[in-house]
Write a protein of this length. Structure first.
Length: 186
């Protein structure tokens, strides 16, 4: 198998670079702050409710933590801590981010096309764990949240990669038909 950075692999590689940078930033920012300075960001999804905590942060940390504030509940007990600081996203989200990186890497290296059953098997655990917490008094653990997020991230990245390749293949078919039609017209 020959590896080249053309067509869909270019786009997949760009996505992988973005996802990797994003994941690394979420890991690094707690270290850009004084140790033990971010303790409880618990809030609600879809709301900026920690601006008083994030606004004094350095610009990078402020940006990442504010995005986390808007898109994650940031419940303290459901988050990991680095440098004594709560991470900007919960354990499940961090698992999703890592899973997206792993899944896109696998897709680029192996060119694997995920089957529907494997996609479902990768998504079901996050749904079961999340719904059980929502609807019952069950409280998941951070390692389980991380693993279910990781599985979901991997299968979503594999699916995205497959869509990219399908779209590129469809575009190649259209271009090929167009070239064939031009050749016959002469």
């Amino acid at each position: 198998m020959r590896f080249s950075l053309t067509g869909p692999v270019k786009l997949e590689t760009a996505i992988l670079i973005f996802l990797t940078l994003w994941f690394v930033l979420t890991i690094i920012v707690p270290f850009t702050l004084p140790a033990d300075s971010v303790k409880d960001l618990s809030g609600a999804v879809g709301r900026i409710d920690n601006a008083d905590i994030t606004s004094p942060m350095n610009p990078l940390a402020n940006a990442i933590y504010t995005i986390g504030d808007a898109y994650c509940h940031q419940i303290s007990e459901r988050s990991y801590y680095l440098n004594g600081n709560q991470m900007p996203f919960c354990a499940r989200d961090e698992g999703i981010f890592l899973g997206l990186v792993i899944g896109m890497t696998l897709a680029i290296i192996t060119r694997y096309e995920i089957k529907v059953i494997y996609f479902i098997l990768g998504i079901v655990p996050i749904g079961v764990d999340g719904l059980a917490q929502l609807l019952t008094n069950y409280e998941s653990t951070n390692p389980i949240r991380l693993i279910t997020g990781l599985l979901a991230g991997v299968v979503v990245a594999l699916l995205v990669s497959m869509f990219i390749r399908e779209i590129a293949h469809g575009q190649e078919s259209i271009e090929s038909k167009s070239t064939d039609a031009e050749g016959k017209g002469r």
